[in-house]
Design a protein around this ligand. Structure first.
Ligand code: 4AD
Ligand code: MG
Length: 458
């Protein structure tokens, strides 16, 4: 019976007649037997197999190098070695697939930069495998959070015709031949001849569609891939990333912030509870302050300030920021990090941003210059959540859409929500990779994504 290394290491008592299959991390030879460290990806730790040179199949041992795949039968017995409770006393050894000395992960301690050059193999390292296991577990925890609160999981389209964030950072979806597209009489590309009979794009956010579903189902959430053709070469931006977007009917900005903060706390607690070995690993090798920071976040309330208060604090800090702080401009990453890392030493939720810096759909505040927006900022990463209460008043929304230069006819369906049974509603987007950066202490989004897509790299 094949069992996973994770289950073997968690055994309560010795187990006979088991099979363990995985990849060889190291082999050490002694007189008459060899030690083979097997990792099958089910957990961080390896299982040590002790192979007597007299057992069937042991003659292959000489060619068993780091990276080879093996399958071994044997008995799980208490290990005399330090630091491990169990080892496998092998009764039959099988080399499944050889790996020769060119296997690039021979030694421990490769740099993250080197590992990025071998995305197809790097998941066999503790660092990437740990981050992928955390990612899997936290994806489940996202669903647990919303399902326990009665939210419906909805799937908004990946191919869309609207630019939710209005930043024009869309990837085009077309079947036209770029070298010879059909032309209209005026010489421009005839998009009516394209696959969808109009221009289409990959979505930057499922929000607008999620709003329509929230105004039917009450509370909904999406969790899926989003795409941004934003040419920013930073450690926190990817061209393809996963976003969690809840949308709640009969909810205001305060309820929105409550939900976002609870979700972040829930995910941090889930990581601490479900992946302690992985977090110990990141704490030891990637970010020494990680565990302490995560425990604080799980226990303490988040600081809440308005954008105006944030600007005042930044101006009073006396810091020579690269981007000067000015009321009306969006906060830059260096400003966000000063607030969370230096001023408050923990997560900060900032609300009521200037309208001019934000998209058309945010609810206008009574001061006529700010909107009911909120961002959650965390140490080490900066913004991980962006959200708002939505403008539910039809005249106000129409005016904002005009001011943003939108074609009202194309957004008729969105305006219909305000015409038929409009309700106050709010939502946010949590960048899944940004959250994973926070939970692992990884400083680069490329290292919490199996196959990162960034400008110039796919
Ligand atoms: O602040 P953003 O642009 O908000 C929206 O898209 C809203 N429509 C969400 C909503 O209200 N339903 O993006 C939300 C989050 C950011 O806070 C950040 O965590 C992440 O998505 N994000 C990115 N993550 C990785 N790479 C990028 N290029 C990202 N852009 C945004
Ligand atoms: Mg944002």
């Amino acid at each position: 019976m094949r069992i996973k290394v994770r289950d073997a290491l968690a055994a309560e008592s010795p187990l006979g007649g088991i099979t363990v299959s995985g990849w060889v991390r190291t082999r050490r030879d002694a007189k008459g037997f060899s030690f083979v460290e097997i990792n099958d990806g089910s957990c961080l730790r390896n299982l040590q197999a002790v192979v007597d040179h007299a057992v069937p199949g042991a003659e292959a041992l000489g060619t068993v190098l780091t990276g080879a795949s093996v399958s071994v039968d044997g008995e799980l017995v208490p290990s005399p070695a330090k630091g491990q409770r169990w080892e496998l006393r092998v009764s039959a050894f099988r080399l499944v697939g050889e790996a020769d000395a060119t296997f690039p992960l021979q030694k421990k301690g490769h740099t993250a930069e080197f590992l990025r050059t071998i995305p197809h193999l790097r998941a066999r390292t503790n660092r990437i495998a740990s981050s992928l296991r955390l990612r899997s577990r936290l994806a489940m925890a996202v669903h647990e959070f919303f399902q326990a609160r009665g939210f419906a999981y909805v799937h908004t389209p990946v191919i869309t015709v609207s630019d939710c964030e209005g930043a024009g950072e869309l990837f085009r979806v077309t079947t036209l031949d770029p070298a010879a597209p059909p032309k209209s009489p005026d010489g421009s590309v005839d998009w009516a001849a394209d696959f969808f009979a109009r221009q289409a794009f990959l979505t930057v956010s499922g929000q607008l569609e999620a709003e329509t579903l929230a105004c039917a189902l009450g509370d909904v959430y999406t969790f899926g891939p989003t795409f941004r053709a934003e040419n920013s070469q930073t450690s926190r931006h990817a061209s393809e990333f996963w976003m969690i977007e809840p949308e709640m009917a009969f909810c205001d900005l305060a309820g929105d912030m409550d939900c976002a903060e609870s979700l972040v706390k829930h995910l941090v607690r889930a990581a601490l509870e479900c992946c302690p070995e992985e977090l110990e690993f990141f704490n030891a090798y990637v970010d020494k302050g990680l565990l302490e920071r995560l425990r604080l976040v799980a226990d303490r309330p988040f600081t809440r300030i308005t954008y105006g208060e944030a600007v005042d604090l930044l101006l009073a800090s006396g810091r020579p920021f690269e981007h000067p702080v000015k009321w009306g401009e969006n906060l830059q990453s260096e400003h966000e990090r000063w607030l969370t890392e230096e001023r408050f030493g923990g997560p900060v939720t900032v609300c009521d941003y200037p309208a001019a810096a934000k998209p058309f759909y945010m609810r206008q505040n009574d001061d006529d210059r700010t909107v009911a927006a909120m961002d959650v900022l965390v140490p080490g990463v900066g913004e991980i959540v962006g959200g708002s209460q939505r403008e539910e008043r039809p005249e106000r929304l129409e005016a904002a859409m005009r001011a943003h230069g939108l074609d009202l006819e194309a957004y008729r369906w969105y305006l219909d929500l305000r015409r038929y049974g409009t309700v106050p509603h709010a939502g946010f987007g949590l960048g899944f990779e940004r959250l994973l950066m926070f939970v692992t202490g990884e400083g680069n989004i490329r290292d919490v994504t199996a196959y990162p897509r960034t400008p110039g790299h796919a």
